[in-house]
Design a binder for this molecule. Sequence first.
Ligand code: AMP
Ligand code: ZN
Length: 463
Amino acid sequence: MKLYNTLTQTKEEFVPIVPGEIKMYACGPTVYNFFHIGNARTFMVFDGMRRYFEYRGYKVTFVQNFTDIDDKIIQRANEENVTSEEISEKYIKEYFKDAESLGIQKADVHPRVTENIDEIIEFIDTLIKKGYAYEVAGDVYFDVSKFKEYGKLSKQSLSDLQAGSRIEINEDKKNPLDFVLWKLAKPEEPSWESPWGLGRPGWHIECSAMAQKYLGETIDIHGGGGDLIFPHHENEIAQSEACSGKPFANYWVHVGYLNIDNKKMSKSLSNFFTTREIAEEFDLEALRLFMFSAHYRNPLNFSRELLESAEHALERLYNAKHNLEYLLENAKDRTEIETELQKSILEYREKFIKVMDDDFNTADGIAVIFDLVKEINTNITADTSKTVIQTAYDMLMELTVVLGILQKEEEEYLDEEIEQLIAQRQQARKEKNFELADKIRDELKEQGIILEDTPQGVKWRRV
Ligand code: AMP
Ligand code: ZN
């Protein structure tokens, strides 16, 4: 399997540290608001990667954190006159609700900053002892000049960065690029006891400390949205590698932006849609299909038209699924099976793996699924043997579950499907197969569809 590594800027053969096992960390949300579908793209990509690795037989340990203390959370709490804990608790719950509706599975661990303060303090203490960090009046900074490889992820040299950095007003720092590990508490803000007085962690340190605690000093994959490459991930590397003396993550994976009108969807630009807003208008599985229709590293432009076409595409998949279900119920077991067709259906697994192994190319993976559907629609009929229909059904479900689509048990048939079943019933009647015709009528009845034979043909209504 090949994976693009931001660190080496090449697609590399993916080799985990322990054969067959993957330790993966993704930066999670800052919980002061509902997440938007730009965030959702990144969460979905890591969910999809994890599903795919598991599909390929790896045992994956996946950690995604919650930043549950930060300036924006505190500000929100002040605005609403509640504690920052109440804000973060609320939006963690909302995260899980939205994630579930988007088919994003829970990570193995969702650590929170406020539950890992001791580990963070210990981490900072080690950095100070090793000479990589210094304290100034209750604040602790990372000394960027001590970490010689600073800039290696974002491909910037320390001197370029220094030349480009603004002269900050902060007199405490030795170097404008130094970043805060621990902040002295301001009055009224949440704070914790530490060797440097009452304070709270800076942003970057949490991921280094939590990745180390839950996954170890060197992990296989670390990722997030592309906006995190600098400074967040650059700083994580500096902290973690300075602390352990070992590589932090072997593969750095970054997700392209979800754009709107070719601008990054972001909270600060107020050009975003939340998951719930989208759910009012669209099927969220269609949103998933849309997200995976582009390669994860490429930018993806959001539009209603594209979501609508994703809905139509999804409908095609559901039609195929339901047709196969219907055919299966009525198929006959036979000793003779269509071996060529069986073989051809089974080949879609290899085709899917081939493209997905190439840096998780879901766009091509989806194309393979639609080729399979085309084959099903063309070659599987009521005369096909049960074994082959079952193979086709299993293959369709096997490939789609990796992308987290086609997972709904439809309570209600879509109009198009009803029409199809009615046509099949008419055909059965013409062939004097009254048993099948009645069976279709009964099945439709179970779905709340009543058929009426009229001189103008069959009419149907929902009851
Ligand atoms: P935040 O809550 O802002 O820290 O973001 C959570 C995750 O969403 C991070 O990995 C971000 O990089 C990612 N993210 C934010 N905006 C977008 C976007 N428009 N497209 C893709 N990923 C994004
Ligand atoms: Zn992080």
